[in-house]
Design a protein around this ligand. Structure first.
Ligand code: DGI
Ligand code: FE
Ligand code: FE
Length: 189
């Protein structure tokens, strides 16, 4: 599957706005992959499909999480978390992507995970800093991403955690674990 084929598949599943975001994530992920020595093709593929399940009905996502025995605590926390693991599951089944590295980068692109791979980090950061993003503090993360992928990732996680806390929202435990793991230099498990 080449880039255009992949993009035309994913376009059918997204709104125009989300498709533009996806192209931004793809371009940013390729750039980060080059900069940090990550497989560019894997970064491209994971980026193109990272939000594949974003617009699936919540009930369908919930059903898949239960049936496939995905992390149970997902259902307790923000429904925004669901499209990442469900997306990984669906792109394997519906698109036939088998590459576990790519599937994991999709699966963990919202929550993060302990021991993130370089590919996971590239996708997480690209999703956060793509040119269409306007979060407060995004420019700091863009600057950090020019030199230090971990520093960019930590800053993106901090911003997301603070944002959720300001809104009195719960924080998914894996997001906190990811943050701790990075701050402690991978010594949490
Ligand atoms: O799908 P996108 O909008 O491109 O971005 P995303 O997959 O990073 O996730 C969407 C949102 O999910 C993110 O901006 C904040 C929200 N969210 C809700 N609860 C949590 C959470 N994000 C993390 N990392 N952890 C949470 O507990
Ligand atoms: Fe997403
Ligand atoms: Fe996204």
């Amino acid at each position: 599957m080449n880039q255009n084929e992949a993009l035309s598949i994913v376009k059918e599943h997204l709104t125009e706005r989300r498709y533009i975001h996806t192209v931004g994530v793809m371009e940013t992920a390729i750039e980060l992959a080059k900069r940090f020595g990550v497989d560019e093709k894997k970064a491209e593929l994971a980026a193109i499909f990272h939000d594949y399940a974003k617009f699936r009905p919540k009930e369908e996502m919930k059903r898949i999480i239960i049936k496939e025995q995905m992390a149970e605590d997902l259902l307790t926390y923000n429904t925004e978390l669901w499209h990442a693991p469900v997306g990984a599951y669906l792109v394997e089944r519906e698109i036939g992507i088998k590459d576990q590295d790519v599937l994991n980068a999709i699966k963990y692109h919202t929550s993060g995970r302990v021991n993130m791979t370089m590919l996971d980090k590239v996708i997480y950061v690209a999703d956060y800093i793509e040119p269409g993003r306007k979060f407060p503090g995004v420019d700091d993360v863009r600057t950090l991403a020019k030199e230090d992928l971990d520093a960019a990732l930590i800053q993106a996680l901090k911003n997301t955690i603070s944002f959720l806390m300001k809104q009195n929202q719960a924080i998914y435990p894996d997001t906190i674990k990811t943050y701790n793991d990075l701050v402690l230099g991978g010594k949490t498990e």
